[in-house]
Design a protein around this ligand. Structure first.
Ligand code: ADP
Length: 744
């Protein structure tokens, strides 16, 4: 008896373990799996019974087949679970006790007449079956299964009446399955057939069960997942089947979507005005329209912010079985993120404000330099008149100083203008054809007089084999050289400045020019070399105090070299001298060579002996809003014989144009009301004799690229302010009427 108790305990414990283990793995599926297992075991029992050769064997097999007697209990538990009905513990305990009694009764088979009064085996077509006479224990069994089946039905009806969210269709099917088994069972008992019908009825029940489970994804892992997160706070997990029917959800879901409590499981009766319908169901429909497997969204909802995802779920062979909705309360993280985004935006705004401020500064500098150039134009022009007209030696000397001062002021203004362009990233390289030798001559002439003034030697060595016809930005290359050469002269007290030009062909079209500017000057300390190319940086300021400068020259030179894909290098021995080397690629347009370097000494400008133009019939119109500028042009032309009309606005200019025929018009660009470009357009629109008159731009906008700008805008030429007398004469000679040519 004790041993029997031991076996019974082992059986019960292993069943409990099986349940617990399955629960851990798949929570709600545990009961379902046990259900199938019990059916298998029971049917195995029936097979063993049929194959048994002795009464003992047959009784043992019969006991095994009695595993099926516990199925009604499993169905009760499953139904309750489906209906989300919490069964009273006392009821569950009662079920357990009753089933244990049944287990005991079944085990008395073969020992006592309690369950079977008598039992014998018989043969039917070679198959063994039991003929038995039931004892009182069997009535207990009958009573129990009737009770359990009724309890299952009560649970389903209760759930349906209470409108508990329930997979009621499933429930009904299941109950039908159980009742069918029961009916088969009683038919069999009453007819006393030789062949047991129960194994078949089990299969029918199992099949019903299987179809329902498969359709409702009872075995869907997500269901298990939901159970794991059942009580997890701030986490929403909802499972829908492929028809968007609600299948399962965890506790927190109802807090977020209270309407879910009113929706039955395996239905889609979501209130149409509810958030769940509008937020989630609509989202899934969108997901389907876009045909994507998953999507994430940040959903602000109430006071919280959720990170939500909707995912399609697939079963075997890629079949869509439903959807899982997950929402994680991410309020804190999202708030932090928002703070970060805001901080980032603030930073960006601060940055753009800084960039704007910098731009404003560059624009201010550009405007200022433009504004300053205009009065300098007047100073230079007027000063030139003094130099030309004054007979007093003292006054001429003073005017000479003014001329020097204004030219360094002009360099300074040009540097600031360039610097502001570099800062604003607007410095452009404007390429064109030029002659290397002529450019070098021009640079040489600008420096030579300064070197002579300081009694410095100025040695030039140009490789005669270098190509002469180049394509590049002549003005900018010259600017680089003039900067380096004037520094060499500025920072050398005695000795000489050497200017070497060599180069090598990189390919047939490109020459790499190497300009070397070497001086015997004060030199630069090793530590200072790095700072040399920074804007407004002047090094060794104690020693250089008496040397004029802004510290912009080298910064501009470096930027220009970089822009032209060149290199600028410096070597220096403090106290002994410096060497600046610029390597610059330039395009070669034909194979003319530079040839022998000829030093053309520029004659000192003789203001008293300048060329004039004698063209009595020539008439020019000068348009400028600044009366001083108009006067300068008039004065510059006072020794020439030529008719000059001046006017201070575009509008008035058009009246002049209407009345008289002009040989050339000099037109300022920036004028109030109607600027130079507009006035030019209006002139071109006229039908009179001045329709095609050559118009020369007159402007303080003296940066590289200006010429192209004005030519593109329909001007025939360009004169930068302060007006160079020579350039003015060149223009006038060019447009002088043919019949007066040669008369000077
Ligand atoms: P600036 O000459 O207007 O001061 P630069 O940018 O042309 O400005 O030069 C920056 C500094 O580099 C100068 O102030 C000077 O101290 C140093 N420097 C430039 N060229 C030479 C040179 N050839 N010899 C010695 N020092 C030089």
């Amino acid at each position: 008896m004790a041993i029997l108790a031991y076996y019974i305990v082992c059986t019960i414990v292993s069943c409990i373990l099986l349940y617990v283990m399955l629960s851990v793995i798949k929570q709600k599926n545990a009961l379902h799996i046990m259900f199938f297992m019990f059916i298998c075991i029971a049917n195995f029992g029936y097979t063993a019974l049929a194959a048994s050769r002795s009464l003992e064997e047959a009784l043992l097999a019969n006991k095994i087949s009695y595993v099926g007697a516990f199925l009604p209990m499993l169905i009760i538990l499953t139904n309750a679970q489906f209906c989300k009905i919490k069964l009273p513990t006392a009821f569950k305990a009662l079920l357990l006790v009753l089933n244990l009694i049944l287990l005991y009764l079944i085990n008395t088979i073969g020992f006592s007449p309690l369950y079977y009064k008598t039992a014998a085996i018989d043969d039917y077509m070679g198959i063994t079956y039991l003929t038995k006479e039931y004892g009182p224990g069997h009535n207990f069994y009958l009573g129990l299964i009737i009770f359990e089946t009724l309890a299952s039905a009560v649970i389903v009806v209760y759930a349906l009446l209470k409108k508990k969210y329930t997979a009621y269709k499933t429930m009904i099917y299941l109950t039908i399955g159980v009742v069918a088994t029961l009916v088969v069972f009683f038919i069999e008992r009453l007819t006393k057939m030789e062949v047991e019908l129960i194994p078949f009825s089990y299969i029918v029940t199992a099949l019903i069960y299987f179809i329902i489970s498969y359709n409702t994804q009872v075995f869907d892992v997500s269901t298990g997942i939901i159970s794991i997160y059942e009580k997890k706070k701030n986490y929403v997990c909802i499972s829908l089947n492929r028809s968007l029917h609600l299948m399962d959800y965890n506790e927190h879901s109802v807090e977020v979507f209270p309407e879910l409590a009113t929706v039955r499981i395996d239905t889609d009766q979501y209130p149409k005005d509810g958030t769940f319908y509008n937020l989630i169901i609509e989202w899934i429909r969108e997901l389907e329209r876009e045909d994507v497997n998953a999507q994430e969204r940040i959903i602000p909802y109430g006071e919280n912010i959720y990170r939500a995802s909707v995912r399609r779920r697939f079963g075997g062979r890629g079949r869509l079985i439903g959807y899982v909705i997950e929402m994680i309360d991410d309020t804190e993280l999202q708030n932090n993120l928002q703070i970060m985004v805001k901080t980032n935006e603030d930073l960006k705004m601060a940055e753009s404000a800084a960039v704007q401020a910098n731009q404003a500064k560059s624009e201010f500098l550009a405007n200022m330099s433009h504004e300053i150039r205009t009065p300098i134009n007047a100073i230079v022009g007027m000063n030139e008149m003094i130099l030309r007209e004054s007979a007093d030696a003292n006054i001429t000397e003073y005017a000479g100083y003014i001329s020097e001062a204004s030219s360094s002021l002009l360099t300074l203004i040009n540097d600031i203008l360039d610097f502001s362009k570099i800062e604003a990233g607007k410095l452009e390289i404007v390429d064109g054809d030029y002659s290397l030798s002529r450019m070098l001559q021009s640079a040489y002439q600008m420096i030579n007089s300064r070197a002579m003034d300081k009694d410095l030697g100025f040695i030039v060595n140009v490789d005669s084999d270098l190509p002469d016809s180049l394509y590049g930005d002549e003005n900018r290359v010259k600017q680089i050289l003039v900067n380096l050469l004037s520094n060499a002269v500025k920072y050398t007290r005695e000795g000489s400045v050497f200017f070497g030009v060599t180069g090598r062909m990189i390919n047939r079209e490109t020459v790499e020019l190497v300009f070397e500017v070497k001086d015997t000057g004060i030199g630069i300390k090793e530590d200072d070399i790095e700072r040399l190319f920074d804007s407004f940086e002047r090094v060794d300021s104690k020693k250089n105090r008496d040397v004029e400068g802004t510290g912009l020259g080298l910064a501009i030179t470096k930027s220009l070299t970089d822009k032209m894909h060149g290199r600028l290098e410096v070597r220096s021995v403090y106290g002994r001298g410096s060497t600046f080397t610029v390597t610059l690629p330039q395009k070669v347009t034909d194979d003319h060579k530079v040839g022998e370097w000829k030093k053309t000494i520029s004659p000192e400008t003789d203001y008293k002996d300048v060329r004039v133009i004698h063209a009595p019939s020539m008439r020019i119109l000068v348009v400028d809003d600044n009366p001083l500028n108009l006067m300068v042009v008039k004065k510059l032309l006072s020794n020439s014989v030529i008719k000059v009309d001046v006017t201070k606005s575009g509008k008035e200019a058009l009246k002049f144009i209407d009345k008289k025929k002009y040989d050339v018009v000099l037109m300022d660009h920036f004028m109030p009301e109607m600027d130079g470009i507009e006035t030019l357009d209006k002139i071109r629109e006229t039908t009179g004799e001045n329709k095609d008159v050559p118009v020369i731009a007159l402007t303080a906008n003296a940066i590289s690229g200006s010429r192209e700008f004005y030519l593109d805008n329909g001007f025939q030429g360009y004169l930068s302010k302060p007006i160079s007398y020579d350039e003015l004469m060149d223009i006038l000679y060019k447009y002088q009427p043919d019949e007066e040519r040669g008369v000077e």
